[in-house]
Design a protein around this ligand. Structure first.
Ligand SMILES: NC(=O)c1ccc[n+]([C@@H]2O[C@H](COP(=O)([O-])OP(=O)(O)OC[C@H]3O[C@@H](n4cnc5c(N)ncnc54)[C@H](O)[C@@H]3O)[C@@H](O)[C@H]2O)c1
Length: 258
């Protein structure tokens, strides 16, 4: 049996891939031979990543749209003519700084809404748009990027954790509904990563929050985009066809740290 992660002839749409984790995943899929559709809210970011992938010899095109806008998502997927692989990465963990939203009782529905819109509705919209094509083809892969906070809970980030947990619940339901069509649906739950969104946390090695976080990881470093990419590429590949409905932690072994 060959264990090459060869995704040639597969087209992968990666949302929020203009920077950070999504950018790393886009590079991972391109390196595995997939044609990558780089989505981001920000056109210039998506185009930059497309240029990087092409410069490295890969195949990529940009598709800028807002995952929270259902009409825009469906129009974009229709214009693409369908995709084989969807990576729901667009999220807004770092939008309000690493201090998060604040204590739940002190927040308002208006504070929760942007977190639910991107991390839950964005996933609903994209999955709904791509699934009819996948079902017709009899093959598809959906991987959603979630967070450890969906499992453990996270102070000051209740709406974010709730949205990410909702997306993991959606994963399980879609897996039940679509497995018979050759489609798998999984979630990757990340620990704290080093990306543009969290650079303020990691850039100062003396930052007390960064120091305390590192002690909680058995592998004493923050996660990197390529750590997420490695598992996403595997889950999208031919060898992962009997793995569905699961949530896989990629978190440096937070439960094993001493
Ligand atoms: N950074 C972490 O420590 C961490 C930890 C756990 C989970 N995650 C999850 O990983 C994913 C990526 O995180 P990141 O740190 O790379 O984020 P990031 O903020 O660095 O990048 C997110 C990208 O998504 C784009 N985006 C935001 N809203 C969008 C929308 N509505 N439509 C399309 N694009 C949109 C942004 O423009 C940006 O380029 C997110 O789902 C996040 O919740 C991150």
């Amino acid at each position: 049996m060959a264990y090459e992660l060869d995704l040639k002839d597969r087209r992968a749409l990666i949302t929020g891939a203009g920077q950070g984790v999504g950018r790393g995943i886009a590079h991972g899929f391109a390196a595995a031979g997939a044609e990558v559709i780089v989505n981001d809210l920000r056109t210039e970011r998506a185009q930059e990543v497309v240029d990087e992938i092409r410069d490295a010899g890969g195949a990529a095109t940009a598709s800028a749209f807002d995952v929270t806008d259902y009409a825009a998502v469906t129009a974009a997927v229709e214009a693409l003519g369908g995709v084989d692989i969807l990576i729901n990465n667009a999220g807004n963990a770092g939008v309000q700084g690493f201090a998060g939203l604040g204590r739940f009782v002190e927040t308002t529905p208006a504070d929760w809404e942007p977190f639910l819109r991107v991390n839950l509705y964005g996933v609903l919209h994209c999955a709904h748009a791509v699934l009819p094509g996948m079902i017709a083809k009899g093959w598809g892969r959906i991987v959603t990027i979630s967070s450890d906070s969906a499992r453990t809970g996270e102070a000051n980030m209740a709406a974010y954790a709730a949205a990410k947990a909702g997306a993991a619940g959606l994963t399980r339901s879609l897996a039940v509904e679509t497995g018979r069509y050759g489609i798998t649906v999984n979630t990757i739950a990340l620990g704290t990563m080093r990306t543009e969104a969290t650079e303020g946390l990691w850039s100062d090695p003396e930052n007390p929050m960064a120091k305390s976080l590192l002690k909680r990881y058995a592998v004493r470093r923050p996660g990197l985009p390529e750590d997420a990419a490695a598992l996403a590429v595997f889950l999208a590949g031919p060898q992962a066809s009997w793995i569905t409905g699961q949530t896989y932690p990629v978190n440096g072994g937070i439960s094993f740290a001493q």
